[in-house]
Design a protein around this ligand. Structure first.
Ligand SMILES: NC(=O)c1ccc[n+]([C@@H]2O[C@H](COP(=O)([O-])OP(=O)(O)OC[C@H]3O[C@@H](n4cnc5c(N)ncnc54)[C@H](O)[C@@H]3O)[C@@H](O)[C@H]2O)c1
Length: 311
């Protein structure tokens, strides 16, 4: 099994900066690459703030923070980022052509032993390795936002991904403190986003039908099933509830559940008006009078407490 000593992350946006932070915290010299210095500057500042919050909440020490930052280099030079590393993760926008082009360049700039991962949520790996000469060294490591706090990483391979690549990456994920889950085969949306999308569709159906206010629908999850989900998954839940009970639940409810394939109308209408949620100040809820960065900080503080319990 290949020993990973240095890593590179390509794309310093929402996901890339959190992923780079993880490797740096775990002791790996980490290059973070983007196409423009201003994205790197912004990433550097946010990583600093993320680490500061972790220090404030006693998850790590001030020394840990400084050591992690000292292991990071920020560059707009792709060659410098990818040469002399054993593992590369791309987290550039979800556009197939962009990823294809980047993968081809990276394949040429690296030696055949270097493992290359994508953080894609929706593009099948088998499509991304089209035109690649060594698809055996490509894999998906799918992190969840905020990547530096949410433990799950879904690992997706193709038929061609070599066993030693899978083993190396599974071990690496554990080394950086994550919970890797390996899919036995490729499916769109992998595991977690399929489950989440099924529930989100039903939540908007209930909203549209006027069954409850948005806040109450959200509370029904955060104080109900969601309260349990950090420790008990949907399959184990069936065991606790009783298989006979759940047999009837599914038989009675499945015909009632929403099966629409289009995006919920309320989402489509808001997108049309340019209301995209926290990033524009207006979504289903309004964020005009609240500081979004304060809300994100509060969310992250809660996640840090949960992380402490789960550890
Ligand atoms: N946002 C999420 O919650 C989430 C969760 C899991 C996976 N993902 C996946 O992660 C990937 C990145 O998503 P994001 O939300 O971080 O996007 P983002 O837009 O926040 O960040 C993308 C970054 O890539 C940079 N970039 C653009 N072209 C580039 C290139 N050619 N080379 C290097 N960098 C380039 C951009 O400047 C930007 O900084 C996508 O594949 C997305 O589907 C996103």
């Amino acid at each position: 099994v290949l020993i990973v000593k240095k890593v590179a992350v390509l794309g310093a946006g929402l996901m890339g900066r959190g992923i780079a932070q993880l490797y740096a915290q775990a002791g790996y010299p980490t290059h973070l690459y983007d196409i423009n210095d201003k994205f790197l500057e912004s990433a550097k500042q946010i990583i600093d703030e993320n680490l500061t919050l972790m220090v404030d909440k006693s998850l790590i020490t001030q020394g840990d923070k400084q050591a992690a930052l000292a292991r990071m280099t920020f560059t707009t030079d792709l060659k410098q980022a990818v040469q002399e590393v054993e593992f590369i993760t791309e987290a550039v926008p979800e556009i197939l052509e962009l990823k294809l082009e980047l993968f081809k360049k990276v394949e040429q700039l690296t030696n055949p032993g270097t493992i290359i991962a994508s953080n894609t949520s929706t593009i099948p790996l088998s499509q991304m390795v089209k035109g690649i000469t060594q698809p055996n060294r490509f894999i998906i490591t799918h992190f969840f936002n905020p990547a530096h706090l949410v433990p799950l990483v879904e690992i997706v391979k193709t038929e061609q991904t070599s066993d030693h690549v899978i083993e190396t990456i599974m071990n690496l994920m554990k080394r950086i403190g994550k919970k890797p889950v390996l899919l036995k085969k490729e499916v769109p949306g992998f595991i977690a986003n399929r489950l989440q999308a099924a529930m989100v569709r039903e939540a908007f159906y209930l909203l549209n039908e006027g069954v409850a206010e948005a806040e109450d629908i959200d509370t029904a999850i955060t104080s109900g099933p969601g309260f349990r989900w950090a420790f008990i998954g949907p399959i184990e839940t069936v065991d606790y509830g009783g298989l006979d009970t759940w047999k009837r639940v599914i038989e009675n409810l499945a015909p009632e559940l929403d099966k629409t394939e289009a995006a919920p109308q309320v989402i489509a209408d808001l997108v049309e008006k340019g209301h995209l949620g926290t990033k524009t100040g207006q979504g289903i809820y309004s964020y005009i009078d609240t500081s979004v960065s304060e809300k994100v900080k509060e969310r992250d503080m809660n996640f840090i407490e949960l992380l402490k319990i789960k550890k």
